[in-house]
Design a binder for this molecule. Structure first.
Ligand code: ADE
Ligand code: ZN
Length: 358
């Protein structure tokens, strides 16, 4: 656990309620599709394939370290064995996000966690599920395939070349994740891969500054030329890095409860989300692993609002930062900004009471 001072929690009073947050049109940039699988669905798949449960469903999602979490993650992902399962998982994820009031998301998928499927049919199946979900009115989801840090640069380059040549249009960016504490400084080996992804027009993001300290964020920025960072929270320990992130407008996609669950901070009141924003760093709020960590984006906004005394205007500002950092085209970004504007306008419009209609 990193050492932090406790940040001042603001007095309660003006924070929006969970229903107000849920009905707000939100955007999420850091959410893993594999972590949108419910424990009930995992039990169903385990029964279908005759695999004994790792532990009872009620305690399956209890962990205390990132290493423990990723080991369990790998276990349940082994049950994701067919393209039909992948397509349905993507569909269900977009439906879940929609239920939580998310209108647009960029969803990470890690081919390394799908040992039964080749990466190309996997990504196509996920994109097909997102297409079907969007047609049915659920969240509009872009896809961000994510390299695992232990994978080879050759494997990763093959992925990027395929995405550029014939990947589905829903793929908007490239990600990188894994346990940096265990794997060490792995960003340099992906320099060429990230450069090629940028040449092909993909956005660049990577997990860093979660299981690594600020040096992991510096490494990722230097070698991968990131547009945004997933987590990046330990940047708070390096004032020069904070200044760099603010100056270069590099967005941190933070995930407060996930960081608490993996033992980085004792609770949301000790999370550096507030000080990062005060330092001028563009910060977005995210769920990371909704089902697998029993969180929702609305719940994350509610927790941050409670801790920092946020009003709905702060929720709107964080949403606008997410739109600005999204890898979608300008037309979609403009439409998302309009949705936020319209929602805020509708909320401030006086309700038509009988006094106005004599
Ligand atoms: N893969 C899925 N969730 C992750 C996390 N929080 N950190 C690193 N890799 C991950
Ligand atoms: Zn993540």
């Amino acid at each position: 656990m990193s050492t932090t001072t406790q940040h001042t929690a603001h007095a309660a009073g003006t924070e929006p309620g969970i229903e107000t947050i849920r009905s707000f049109p939100k955007v999420e940039l850091h959410v893993h599709v594999e972590a949108c699988l419910s424990s009930e669905r995992i039990e169903e798949l385990a029964a279908e394939f005759g695999v004994p449960m790792l532990r009872p469903a009620e305690s399956l999602f209890d962990y205390s370290t990132l290493a423990d979490f990723l080991a369990v993650y790998e276990w349940w992902c082994d049950l994701l064995r067919t393209e039909v399962i992948a397509e349905q998982l993507a569909y269900d994820a977009a439906a879940q996000l929609n239920e939580d009031g998310i209108v647009y998301a960029e969803v990470l998928c890690g081919p390394r966690y799908w040992p039964h499927l080749r990466r190309e049919p996997l990504i196509e199946a996920l994109a097909t599920g997102f297409d079907r979900a969007h047609r049915d009115g659920h969240a509009d989801c872009g896809l961000t395939p994510s390299i695992s840090r232990e994978q080879s640069p050759e494997w990763a380059m093959g992925l990027v070349e395929w995405l550029g040549a014939s990947g589905p249009p829903r793929v908007v960016g490239l990600g990188l994740d894994g346990n940096e504490e265990l794997l060490g400084r792995t960003s340099p080996k992906f320099t060429e891969v990230y450069a090629r992804a940028a040449d092909l027009g993909f956005g660049r993001t990577a997990h860093a500054g979660e299981s690594s300290g600020p040096e992991g964020v510096w490494d990722a920025l230097e070698h991968l030329h990131l547009d945004r960072v997933d987590h990046g929270v330990r940047s708070i320990e390096d004032p020069a890095l904070l200044e760099h992130l603010a100056e270069q407008e590099i967005t941190l996609n933070v995930t407060p409860t996930s960081n608490v669950i993996t033992g980085l901070y004792p609770d949301v009141d000790h999370h550096p989300v507030g000080p990062l924003i005060e330092a001028g760093v563009p910060v977005t709020i995210n769920s990371d692993d909704p089902k697998a960590m029993k969180v929702t984006l609305s719940g994350e906004f509610a927790a941050v609002s409670r801790s920092l005394g946020w009003s709905l205007a702060d929720v709107a500002a964080a949403t606008r930062r997410a739109v600005d950092a999204a890898f979608c085209d300008q037309e979609k970004a403009a439409s998302l900004h309009r949705q936020v504007d319209d929602h805020l306008r509708d909320l401030t419009r006086e309700p038509a009471g009988k006094d106005h209609h004599p």
